[in-house]
Design a protein around this ligand. Structure first.
Ligand code: NAD
Ligand code: TYD
Length: 352
């Protein structure tokens, strides 16, 4: 029997991880601990909320009393830490919010785990989910991030995640806390908040709104379907080596402009519009400050040591993703209007 605390389980990636664990491990207790910021939406988990091995606790990782209470009440022996402020553009306008949750929140979680587990590490595990953005930017013409690439963050988001990663490793090296860190490339799929490129653009195509491409659109990202990330997290949580770092990536590099053309083709086809009808919506806007040119992950350590590899091709993942957003227009409308916040009230009887 394992009792696992998943932080940020109401967010995009966290909700896929919660669903996978609740369904795959009926003997585990899965506790979703989430503050329900603008990015947390319990509607993402409406299909598992009645499962007997699942429960939701509203709380803030920056609040050590709340974290300690949930850990003791549920006798937590494993933590999968996804809670974060996650959007680069927001970090540019409000960097302090990122330092609070991604640095101080992560440190609070580490310190509380250390206190509650009291030095008895047997059967315990603290798994921290991070990003490839901590490694900085690559040139367009080659190279990949490996687990030994030097950290070189450029945005307040990646700087805050890098700091969180360093604290996790420091707790392993200093106190022996049984930690694992993974650094993953850009995720896409259902339930991603429509501030990120793919869901924002699908929603804008749906409403015939402009598609704001930053700068020339030449920046490259390495895309991974979110369910493949959730499967990697499952593999690493159970079989990864304590103290290790693993890179996770999809091996699907696309320039933003190439991706936008692909997205337009798929979305127009599924909406029954003439091919390329939405091309006219592409609007080049001012570049993001400090915009990293290219990210690309070398995930060979994870493949070699633990046998994980992505199962969903980019074409298939994009098709599934566009279909999901078009079939779930109400979800998009709820999260863009703020109406989703009432879901908590309906389910739990008071406001989040
Ligand atoms: P998200 O923004 O969709 O979800 C974040 C979740 O954390 C939300 O449910 C939010 O309510 C919760 N949260 C925020 N602050 C909190 C706090 N103080 N206490 C408790 N809960 C809080 O993020 P995501 O895209 O699902 O990313 C999840 C994790 O994966 C993050 O750590 C992110 O850095 C990392 N990551 C994301 C990507 C990606 O492409 N989205 C890629 C690599 C790594
Ligand atoms: P995003 O989804 O914000 O992820 P990240 O910044 O973490 O990689 O952005 C993906 C890429 O798309 C990034 O190069 C910035 C670009 N982008 C745009 O061109 N326009 C947009 O409106 C957004 C949100 C992103």
């Amino acid at each position: 029997m394992k009792h696992i605390l998943i932080t940020g389980g109401a967010g995009f990636i966290g909700s896929h991880v919660v669903r996978l664990f609740v369904r795959k491990y009926p003997d585990y207790r899965i506790v979703n601990f989430d503050k329900l910021t603008y990015a947390g939406n319990l509607e993402n988990l409406s299909d598992v909320e009645q499962c007997p091995n699942y429960c939701f606790v509203k709380g803030d990782i920056c609040d050590s009393e709340q974290v300690e209470a949930v850990m003791r009440q549920h006798a937590i022996d494993g933590i999968i830490h996804l809670a974060a402020e996650s959007h680069v553009d927001r970090s540019i306008t409000d960097p302090l919010a990122f330092a609070r949750t991604n640095v101080l929140g992560t440190l609070t979680l580490l310190q509380t785990a250390r206190t509650v587990w009291g030095g008895d590490w047997e059967g315990r595990r603290f798994y921290h989910i991070s990003t490839d953005e901590v490694y900085g930017a690559l040139p367009l013409d080659g190279g990949c991030f490996t687990e030994t690439t030097r950290y070189d963050p450029h945005s307040p988001y990646s700087a805050s995640k890098a700091s969180g990663d360093h604290f996790v490793r420091a707790f392993h090296d200093t106190y022996g806390l049984p930690t694992i860190v993974t650094n993953c490339s850009n995720n896409y799929g259902p339930c991603q908040f429509p501030e990120k490129l793919i869901p924002l653009f699908i929603n804008n195509i749906r409403h015939n709104r402009p598609l704001p491409v930053y700068g020339r659109g030449e920046n490259v990202r390495d895309w991974l379907y979110v369910e493949d990330h959730a499967r990697a997290i499952d593999t690493i949580f159970h079989r990864g080596c304590i103290g290790e770092t693993y890179n996770i990536g999809g091996g699907n590099e696309r320039s933003n402009l190439a991706l936008v053309h692909e997205l337009i083709r798929t979305t127009d086809r599924l909406l029954g519009r003439p091919e390329g009808a939405s091309e006219r919506l592409i609007t080049h806007v001012a570049d993001r400050p400090g915009h990293d040119l290219r990210y690309a992950i070398d995930a060979s350590k994870l493949r070699r040591e633990l046998g994980w590899q992505p199962e969903v091709t980019f074409g298939e993942g994009l098709e599934r993703t566009v279909r999901w957003y078009l079939a779930n227009g109400a979800w998009l409308d709820h999260v863009t209007s703020g109406a989703y916040e009432c879901y908590y009230e309906r389910m739990y009887g008071h406001r989040a």
